[in-house]
Design a protein around this ligand. Structure first.
Ligand SMILES: Cc1cc2nc3c(=O)[nH]c(=O)nc-3n(C[C@H](O)[C@H](O)[C@H](O)COP(=O)(O)OP(=O)(O)OC[C@H]3O[C@@H](n4cnc5c(N)ncnc54)[C@H](O)[C@@H]3O)c2cc1C
Length: 450
């Protein structure tokens, strides 16, 4: 069974694939979305977006931004603080006072003489004003799906390979695990960290596959009514980072403040299992945090009985995000899967979708796709590769492994500015730059659509 169409193929229906579909739909660019699962679905965990990413959603489509706001707690008053905290940085590891030789659970005595104890706020790691917040992934995905035309979605289509059509058209012929094929002008690979499209574009090169980052995370959701019992009313409704040696625990509210999302990070040199998500137990988790404060232990006791462990893999830098024969371009995690330590993997994927949509809307036909992908690569690769690298070093900083060790004043200073490049970014300038580069090509700039 073979289907032929002249439109684009999106492979993968996660946050990136759906957002890209929304972006292409806005521009009237015809496409089909192939997803390997039987339906759209996300794991039961949280995901956060900072103001610049929420603004980018609005640039793609006001309906997309509204979809996010429908699920977010961005309308809570504290989301509008002039200088909201990305995370309030606290120390949770009892070894800190021990190693520093401080008594009474003190972790630091600040320059102004203030004494800070285990669990108390050391500093606000400030975000930026504007709409931001955490959402339940499944809720967000449900809202995104509503904005994607249903007839373009094909399920149970696991991409196996992409070959160039033999008719000289330059089209891409996609083969799926169910034995079917489909022909499209180009493939937009949104198939995540274990991307097949990435393997095809990067061939046998070692950067095709993700590598273990040395970190793993327990994930779980705790009802807010339960969280307030051991954390009080204030802490669980704001984003908290409890740091320690080689580990840190994040909590933030999702689902409009009704659920507290927990991601507890720990370290090990290697990851042996073939699976990247494995079952665990509260006992195993407690062992990892046995030197941590009573509050963290209560938090662990409140976690689901078998919290998942996620091995955190990331990509080595790709030398390109696209290929020409046949045409494939990588988007979102397929291009730049990162560790989650800056809470921005999905956000940077949303940026990819905005820029790629704008570029594709500005080219006049299939003959310009190659140029379009080249410009996308030029614009997006440096920024998204920087995310992967700074996310890795971010974990080292929070977990007292960087050259700053446990010098909290130096850590605060560094954290104050280290996200400027990520959050104070004008994506509209990138759009302008991309369109300028396109104008330099003979066929670009026409209002005709693909
Ligand atoms: C612990 C953790 C916390 C995080 N927190 C944040 C956060 O707070 N903020 C943030 O911005 N980011 C966060 N991230 C990163 C974010 O989750 C990812 O960047 C984002 O979900 C990637 O989306 P994606 O659509 O590119 O890939 P995926 O979500 O992996 O989607 C890929 C899709 O492709 C499909 N697929 C795969 N292979 C094939 C194939 N061969 N054929 C057809 N379909 C295929 C899959 O079924 C899936 O639906 C976090 C990540 C982790 C691990």
């Amino acid at each position: 069974m073979t289907s032929r169409s002249s439109n684009l193929a999106i492979v993968g229906g996660g946050i990136t694939g759906l957002t890209l579909s929304i972006s292409l739909t806005k521009h009237g660019i015809s496409h089909t979305l192939y997803e390997s699962a039987a339906g759209f679905g996300e794991i039961g965990a949280g995901v956060g977006f900072e103001p610049n990413f929420v603004r980018t959603m609005g640039l793609i489509s006001p309906a997309l931004q509204e979809a996010f706001l429908t699920c977010a707690d961005a309308k809570r008053p504290e989301a509008f603080d002039k200088t909201p905290a990305f995370f309030q940085y606290r120390i949770g590891d009892l070894r800190v006072p021990e190693r520093k030789g401080l008594k009474d659970n003190l972790v630091a005595i600040k320059k102004d003489g203030t004494e800070v104890k285990i669990g108390e706020k050391l500093f606000d790691w400030r975000s930026r004003p504007g709409l931001r917040g955490g959402v339940h992934r499944a809720h967000l995905l449900d809202e995104l799906v509503k904005l994607v035309p249903p007839h373009i979605c094909k399920f149970k289509k696991r991409l196996i390979d992409v070959m160039e059509a033999e008719d000289g058209s330059g089209d891409a012929v996609l083969s799926f695990a169910d034995g079917t094929t489909a022909t499209h002008s180009a493939v937009l690979g949104c198939d995540g960290i274990k991307s097949r499209t990435r393997e095809i574009v990067l061939g046998g090169k070692e950067e095709a596959r993700a590598v273990f980052s040395g970190k793993y995370a327990y994930r779980g959701l705790i009802p807010m009514s339960k969280a307030v019992k051991f954390m009080g009313d204030y802490l669980p409704l704001r984003s908290q980072m409890f740091a320690g040696y080689h580990g840190h625990v994040l909590t933030f509210p999702i689902a409009k403040g009704t659920i507290m999302n927990v991601v507890a990070f720990s370290s090990r040199p290697t990851w042996e299992s073939e699976k990247w998500v494995v079952d665990s137990s509260r006992e195993e988790m407690l062992k990892d945090y046995e030197t941590w404060s009573p509050m963290i232990k209560e938090l662990i006791a409140a976690m689901p009985e078998k919290p998942d462990i996620w091995a955190l893999f990331n990509h080595r830098p790709a030398k390109t995000y696209h290929q020409t024969k046949p045409k494939i371009v990588l988007v979102g995690d397929a291009a730049h899967a990162s560790t989650p330590h800056q809470g921005a993997g999905a956000g940077v994927g949303v940026e990819d979708c905005y820029i790629l949509g704008e570029i594709l809307a500005a080219v006049s036909g299939n003959e310009d796709l190659e140029k379009a992908f080249k410009v996308y690569d030029e614009i997006r690769r440096p920024r998204s590769l920087k995310l992967v690298e700074t996310s890795r070093t971010g974990a080292q900083l929070y977990e007292l492994e960087s050259e700053l060790g446990d010098d909290f004043e130096a850590i605060e200073d560094r954290m104050e500015t280290r996200m400027d490049w990520l959050w104070d970014y004008d994506i509209a300038e990138d759009r302008e730059k991309a369109l300028q580069i396109l104008k330099g090509s003979a066929n670009a700039g026409s209002s005709a659509r693909l």
